[in-house]
Design a binder for this molecule. Sequence first.
Ligand SMILES: [Zn+2]
Ligand SMILES: [Zn+2]
Length: 161
Amino acid sequence: MPPTPVDPWTGFLQWLSTILIPDWNGLIGLLPLLLIVGVVGPGLSLLVLYWLYNRLNEKRGKVRLDDPQPIALSANTDGTYTYPPNVPYCTTHHLLYPPTAHECDIDRGDLLVRCPVDDTVRPAGQQLCRTCGTRYQLGASLAPVVVRRGGTPPAGGAAVA
Ligand SMILES: [Zn+2]
Ligand SMILES: [Zn+2]
């Protein structure tokens, strides 16, 4: 008897079975890979989330709107310093401080502030110029944006009527 030729339908079914019946050896070989993807993947994404969470917290902790750093003032060509009016400054370290500051961060010395009207220098803690009687509320314009996180409220400053 001549061998019966495989009809196309049977051939198709045989071909289909090679696709549908899983190749178990191949799958077992893939298991470590699946483990890596299944375990390390979520772990990594958790790590990334944790890192992002820490980054956010760090940033939030660093934002201190009410406590800007003092600005170093550069000397004039003749070695003197010109301090802008209405800005507290330290004559020892030549630093310009935010309007709410009253003492130097370095040596806790009193800051001075210059009157814009008559150039009288007074302690930064004083709101009133003793010469012209003008009252300058240092830092008043900052009041709406001051966000203080768990510190003491600004000393003096905005409480002047
Ligand atoms: Zn100083
Ligand atoms: Zn004055």
